[in-house]
Design a protein around this ligand. Structure first.
Ligand code: XLS
Ligand code: CA
Ligand code: CA
Length: 438
């Protein structure tokens, strides 16, 4: 059964096309920076926002009524969603998907039935994957939605909840492996606190590290070779989340000796919630060798919460792809649209318009970033800016040949040479020029 009747496969028609159901910049087979756009961008669909989001917000219930949900039977609904999801991905030319265990199959009466339900749906997904060639970018566990996780999962004060979360992650890792998932994500939705008055942060963080170590050990045991990723977010739903930003996650991983096993999944909207830019988070992940994958979306500058909008800001997509290309491109990661249509964009066409907007914005960003790098438009300037470290006293500093005494002697004798302009406005106008021309 077709759920998106009247919509054909979305094709590349170029920047001058007026057809809203076409790509203006995403041309899957066009080669940019040595690989096809399809290989560079590795677009993925988020199962949750695309197939289970009904438009609810803090003030109102569902505003979206999907054709695949028109049955009371929740398992029939789950099966319909698989077929709808693969029809959608095929038509929108999205090569990967990402999922939480709870997105694909509903909870059963107990853990046993819940897992049996997952197995049934995983079989349906596997058949659709074989039919279409669409792959799994990453799987994850929803250990935050259900009421039992009120005090957290791996950081819960209740040890039986810790055990349940571990069991749930075990199963989610098994099905991610079965689906050939290239990564497995940890996002600590309730791994944080509301008040320090009742919280033993030391025990909670030790326990969180224990849970992650168990996942690493179990992956080895079952031969799951996917990359583990941690997705930082500073707050929401908790007041403070332990995985605040890339820097805090790195400090945590290094303290517990997990740094070899985990990389970062950077989400744009989470970066801005942490008062950073998207590029800042990608940059910090890149220079520390842990840029794993991206949750592509954007927030609203006027709203202080996680709005998960489709990314359309070309400056952000350009500078994001600039960091990705400087990191050498994606390996197991990709661009997962962790983004949802607004609750007033409630028909099926809106899903296509939203993904087309996001895919085109990143395709354009990729092209601009590739040209910026190829022309060394920023790199030459940076190289010149730090040229004082290439010779003389600067070279001695870099080569660790001098200490305070030698530097004091140098300063006494030579003083400082005049500073040069940082040229921020010029560089901003160069980036503008590339965006307008590429
Ligand atoms: C929520 C997160 C979540 C993770 C996966 O804010 O973005 O969707 O990506 O659990
Ligand atoms: Ca996310
Ligand atoms: Ca989010």
């Amino acid at each position: 059964m077709a759920f998106f009747k009247g919509i054909d496969k979305i094709k590349y028609e170029g920047p001058n096309s007026k057809n809203p159901l076409s790509f203006k910049h995403y041309n899957p087979n066009e080669v940019v920076a040595g690989k096809t756009m399809k290989e560079q961008l590795r677009f993925a669909m988020s199962y949750w926002h695309t197939f289970t989001y009904m438009g609810g917000d803090q003030f109102g219930g569902a505003s979206i009524c999907r054709p695949w949900d028109q049955t009371e039977d929740t398992m029939e609904q789950a099966i319909n969603r698989v077929h709808a999801a693969f029809e959608f991905m095929e038509k929108a030319q999205i090569p990967f998907f990402c999922f939480h265990d709870r997105d694909i199959a509903p909870l059963g009466k107990d853990l046993k039935e819940t897992n049996e339900r997952l197995d049934i749906i995983v079989d349906v997904i596997k058949k659709e994957m074989a039919r279409t060639g669409i792959k799994c970018l990453w799987g994850t566990t929803n250990a935050f939605g259900d009421g039992k996780f009120v005090h957290g999962a791996g950081t819960s004060c209740n040890a039986t909840v810790f055990a349940y979360a571990a069991a749930q992650i075990k199963k989610a890792m098994e099905i991610t492996k079965e689906l050939g998932g290239e990564n497995y994500v940890f996002w600590g939705g309730r791994e944080g606190y509301e008040t320090l008055l009742n919280t033993d942060t030391e025990l909670e963080l030790d326990n969180y590290a224990r849970l992650l170590q168990m996942a690493v050990d179990y992956a080895e045991e079952i031969g799951f070779t996917g990359q583990f990723l941690i997705e930082p977010k500073p707050k929401e739903p908790t007041k403070h989340q332990y995985d605040f930003d890339t820097a805090s996650v790195l400090a945590f991983l290094r303290k517990y000796n997990l740094q070899e096993k985990f990389k970062i999944n950077v989400e744009a909207n989470h970066a801005t919630l942490a008062q950073h830019t998207f590029q800042h988070e990608l940059n910090q992940a890149r220079i520390n060798g842990v840029l794993g994958s991206i949750d592509a979306n954007q927030g609203d500058t006027l709203l202080g919460w996680d709005t998960d909008q489709f990314p359309t800001n070309l400056y952000d997509t350009t500078m994001a792809m600039y960091e990705v290309l400087l990191a050498g491109g994606f390996t197991t990661g990709g661009l997962n649209f962790d983004a949802k249509v607004r609750r007033a964009s409630f028909d099926e066409y809106d899903l296509f318009y939203a993904y087309i907007a996001g895919m085109d914005a990143f395709a354009k960003g990729l092209k601009v970033a590739a040209r910026l790098i190829e022309d060394r438009a920023l790199e030459d300037f940076k190289e010149k800016r730090y040229a004082s470290y290439k010779e003389g006293i600067g070279k001695d500093i870099i080569e660790n040949k001098v200490g305070f005494k030698e530097l004091e002697a140098y300063a006494l004798e030579h003083g400082v040479t005049p500073n040069e302009s940082g040229r921020q406005e010029l560089l901003e106008s160069i980036v503008n020029q590339y965006i307008l021309e590429a």
